[in-house]
Design a protein. Structure first.
Length: 176
């Protein structure tokens, strides 16, 4: 499954996304109660007012439908990734998309636990527009679809489809 690189260093933040100046490895952030860290979702829409969704390969939410890409800004040797830089990396890795301008439109805090694994994140919501080919990474996703954004929001509001929890939070932000 995707996102299983144990040596990734994640940025620890408070509930308002204020960076603490500290980092932790991915495993420490995603086991037990985890450490509150920075994450993001990317929502890409096309000219037909459709959102790019993917059926995710994931430790906690395997086989659930999700937004266009997800990940974490990383602490690199030379710098800390910005949300936009990390979002572009995730889009390239998960669905073969590059050259997209992204902007942050909001965020939410999220915690969930399943067995020994957890999510304990401040999750930024990034959006962009994309109208070209998608090349899904079979190691990251099972399949993808372009779906009418109003249909996506309705499905999330009424839990008509199995979406990841952060897709549900994102739908709520998009309907505002």
């Amino acid at each position: 499954m995707t996102n299983q690189i144990p040596n990734q260093q994640l940025l620890l933040v408070d509930n308002n996304d204020k960076f603490s100046g500290k980092y932790a490895d991915r495993a420490s952030c995603h086991t037990g109660d985890g450490l509150h860290h920075r994450a993001f979702v990317v929502v890409l829409c096309n000219k037909h007012n459709q959102i790019l969704l993917q059926k995710r390969k994931h430790m906690l939410w395997d086989g659930y439908w999700d937004v266009s890409a997800i990940s974490h800004p990383l602490h690199l040797e030379t710098h800390d990734e910005s949300y936009e830089e990390a979002g572009k990396r995730a889009l390239q890795d998960e669905v073969g998309i590059h050259d997209v301008k992204l902007k942050k439109i909001g965020g939410f805090n999220y915690f969930a636990r399943e067995g020994e694994y957890c999510e304990n994140e401040y999750c930024a919501v990034l959006t962009g527009t994309y109208n070209k080919e998608v090349t899904p990474n079979p190691d990251a996703i099972y399949e993808y679809v372009w779906k009418d954004i109003k249909q996506f929001i309705t499905e999330c509001e009424h839990h008509l489809v199995a979406y990841t929890p952060w897709a549900l939070y994102t739908a709520d932000i998009l309907k505002r």
